[in-house]
Design a protein around this ligand. Structure first.
Ligand code: CAA
Length: 380
């Protein structure tokens, strides 16, 4: 693994850093408080190419590699994890899956708009009873003439009300279990498709999370992705890459909190000196820095595996497991370094601590990552 970033990588990282500081930082506290979606900022992210970074230029994307993507994810997540989850879902769960497994018509009709940010995507797998146990789909898609009839409910869907196109996973043949699952592209506004209430969340409060209801929605047959019965594998393969994006998000949350804690320790005085001069604080910063570096290596390894055409199921799961734990540990310590101020919104670290928790839950809980990791290492 080459630890030196290319000039292009540095340019992308710096552009993401500047965008986060100039466009996302102003108003981030208010958006969190009001659960307000960063609509204008996401529009600008689309214009700058952050929503379809890895899509080939032929389909309106940036044609960049996964390393570039995780560098940008880290920088955006340092400031606003509600914006970076939109970026992660659109890039890795929606655009990547469509480019890899969609047919030419689907790419022309949907991918170009998604990659340029003209449209936003959502990935709908989770259900009230199918979170970790993703094979247990209750949403059904029954084949009828020239369409599938879609019925069911999806939960905790990122971009739930703001998305234009939704990739929906549903059971078409119960007898065949996971081999009878398919993935469909559903458009907002299709008859019978209703957006449920917005979730009131602990963290990433600016992101738009809803349940979705499908009541006899007629989905044209040409909107099925891949061969009949490919839906579960489609979801698993897509999520393997998605987990690298969330690992980068967790890394960014941790790094953002650490940077704030370090700066604070240089200006805040106690017992006659800056608190960085107390070993109690200096050692915390040493631990934070070390675990962030370790997380960054795992994230980069997973990104390099993907770029080099290696299997990244294991490295992506390890990166997400470790980086999300690092995000929790580091943000809790960052609040501690800030003392009373850490508990106050204007210092940002309490928000980062709340935002960190979801990285241990979505796109596969930490326990699911351990299933993926243990199965992989025990198979060898
Ligand atoms: N790539 C390709 N195929 C895969 C795969 C992968 N990474 N993982 C599993 N499969 C295949 C298996 O090979 C198997 O196929 P065959 O029967 O042909 O051999 C099939 O899928 C079933 O696999 P398992 O027997 O391993 O299935 P399982 O029931 O034991 O579950 C699991 C596997 C890993 C636990 C899976 O259910 C899982 O990942 N659960 C978590 C779901 C999840 O991540 N949800 C996140 C929701 S999306 C989200 O959060 C987005 C957002 O908005 C931010």
């Amino acid at each position: 693994m080459d630890f030196n970033l290319t000039e292009e990588h540095i340019m992308i990282r710096d552009a993401a850093r500047d965008f986060a500081k100039n466009e996302l930082l102003p108003g981030v506290i208010e958006r969190d408080e009001k659960q307000e979606f960063p609509k204008e900022q996401i529009k600008k992210m689309g214009e700058l190419g952050f929503l379809g970074m890895m899509v080939s230029p032929e389909y309106g994307g940036g044609g960049m590699d996964t390393v570039a993507y995780v560098l940008a994810m880290e920088e955006i997540s340092k400031i606003d994890a509600s914006a970076s989850v939109v970026m992660s879902v659109n890039n890795s769960l929606v655009c990547w899956g469509l480019e890899k497994f969609g047919n030419e018509e689907q790419k022309q009709k949907y991918l170009i708009k998604l990659a340029t940010g003209e449209s936003i995507g959502a990935f709908c797998l989770s259900e009230p009873e199918a979170g970790s146990d993703a094979t247990s789909q209750r949403t059904t898609a029954i084949e009828k003439d020239d369409h599938y009839l879609l019925n069911g409910t999806k939960n905790w869907i990122t971009n739930g009300s703001i998305a234009d196109f939704y990739i929906v996973i549903a059971q078409t043949d119960k007898e065949k279990k996971h081999k009878g699952i398919n993935a469909f592209i559903v458009e907002k506004g299709m008859e019978g498709f209703e957006i449920g209430p917005k979730e009131q969340k602990l963290g990433i409060r600016g992101s738009d999370t809803h349940s979705l209801n499908f009541n006899d929605v007629k989905v044209p047959k040409e909107n099925r992705i891949g061969e009949d019965g490919f839906g579960f594998k489609f979801a698993m393969k897509t999520l393997s890459g998605g987990r690298i994006g969330i690992a980068a998000q967790a890394l960014g949350i941790a790094a953002g909190a650490y940077e704030l804690a370090k700066e604070y320790s240089k200006v805040r005085k106690a017992f006659g000196t800056e608190i960085m001069n107390h070993q109690a604080i200096a050692f915390k910063l040493a631990d934070m820095h070390t675990s962030i570096e370790a997380a960054r290596h795992l994230v980069m390894k997973a990104a390099c595996d993907k770029d080099n055409g290696e299997n990244y199921d294991l490295s992506g799961a390890m990166a997400k497991l470790f980086a999300s734990k690092t995000a929790m540990d580091v943000t809790v310590e960052a609040v501690q370094v800030h003392g009373g101020n850490g508990y106050v919104k204007e210092y940002h670290v309490e928000r980062l601590m709340r935002d960190a928790k979801i990285t241990q839950i979505y796109e596969g809980t930490s326990e699911i990552q351990k299933i993926v990791i243990s199965r992989s290492i025990l198979r060898d």
